[in-house]
Design a protein around this ligand. Structure first.
Ligand code: SF4
Length: 289
């Protein structure tokens, strides 16, 4: 039976489809929940700390202030299911926070935040690209010394080897295209800041790179539509399988795709029922009794 294609794409969805079409289907079309992992949640925390840092006046953006931002971000995160569901023992929580602090400290080895002119943090942009609505959140948008736009993306994982560098830059080129569409200006530079290494990878977007991303998004969207029409999403085993939340349903590991789809459907039905009961509770307590 044909599947309903997603309404939008994002840089991470484009990368996910390229990495493994079946994992993309489970995450984006079936919407099977993926349990949080310490490394992605740590990424959330460090991004939140740096977001707070750039809300401060330039002269206030010191290491001490960044660590205060980290504490404040953790106060919010510690009550969030994304963190609670990790069920960290106290010594693991201490190691988690220590790693996050090291990442924030290493950020200062990459640039001096007092010299940065941010014009937005966590900037959400969308546009029609290659026949589909694409959405992305830019970690930081700033102006350089010539008043030109610069897109910055923080990465808390390790930097890719040179062989994979271009693939990783596709994500930020995507953001550059969104800037072009939304502001009518192509950024002068897009930068990936790998905090763990620490290492900066940057590139200068061009007419050619913009058109290449546009073509790539269009081709991936056509492939997604085709796979949905034929209900044909194939597994692509790689080293990513080690971290894949859907391995239990993956035929490459003896699983059954239909079982994954059934589980997703039952989770959605339970959520809909809970939502209806909540709504009834709010509007008519007698109805819910
Ligand atoms: S286990 Fe590997 S091949 Fe299977 S869905 Fe996950 S990433 Fe794809």
């Amino acid at each position: 039976m044909p599947l309903e294609p997603p309404r939008t794409l994002s840089p991470s969805k484009v990368a996910a489809f390229t990495d493994c079409a079946l994992a993309f289907r489970f995450a984006t079309i079936d919407r099977l929940p993926e349990p949080p992992s310490p490394w992605t949640t740590k990424g959330t925390l460090v991004h939140a700390a740096l977001e707070r840092l750039f809300l401060l006046e330039p002269a206030e953006r010191t290491i001490a202030a960044a660590l205060t931002c980290l504490d404040a971000a953790f106060t919010v995160l510690r009550d969030d299911p994304e963190f609670l569901d990790l069920h960290l023992a106290s010594h693991d929580e201490a190691a988690f926070l220590d790693d996050a602090e090291q990442l924030v400290r290493k950020y200062f080895l990459l640039e001096d935040p007092t010299t940065i002119r941010p014009i937005g943090v966590e900037v959400m942009l969308d546009a029609e690209v290659g026949g589909v609505r694409v959405r992305g959140i830019i970690d930081r948008l700033e102006l350089d010394e010539n008043g030109e736009l610069v897109v910055v993306d923080y990465k808390t994982g390790r930097a890719p080897s040179e062989k994979y560098e271009n693939g990783r830059l596709d994500g930020v080129q995507f953001y550059s295209l969104l800037c072009e569409r939304n502001f009518g200006r192509r950024p002068a530079r897009v930068k990936l800041l790998y905090l763990a290494d620490p290492l900066e990878i940057s590139t200068t977007p061009s007419e050619q790179s913009s058109r290449a991303i546009e073509r790539k998004v269009g081709a991936i969207w056509s492939a997604v539509e085709r796979a949905c029409a034929r209900d044909d999403f194939r597994p692509k085993p790689s080293k990513l399988c080690e971290y894949c939340a859907f391995r239990v349903y993956c035929p490459a590991f003896g699983g059954d795709i239909a079982e994954g789809a059934r589980v997703a459907e039952s989770i959605r039905s339970a959520a809909t029922l809970e939502h209806l009961v909540d709504a009834a509770d709010r509007t008519s307590p007698a109805l819910a009794d």
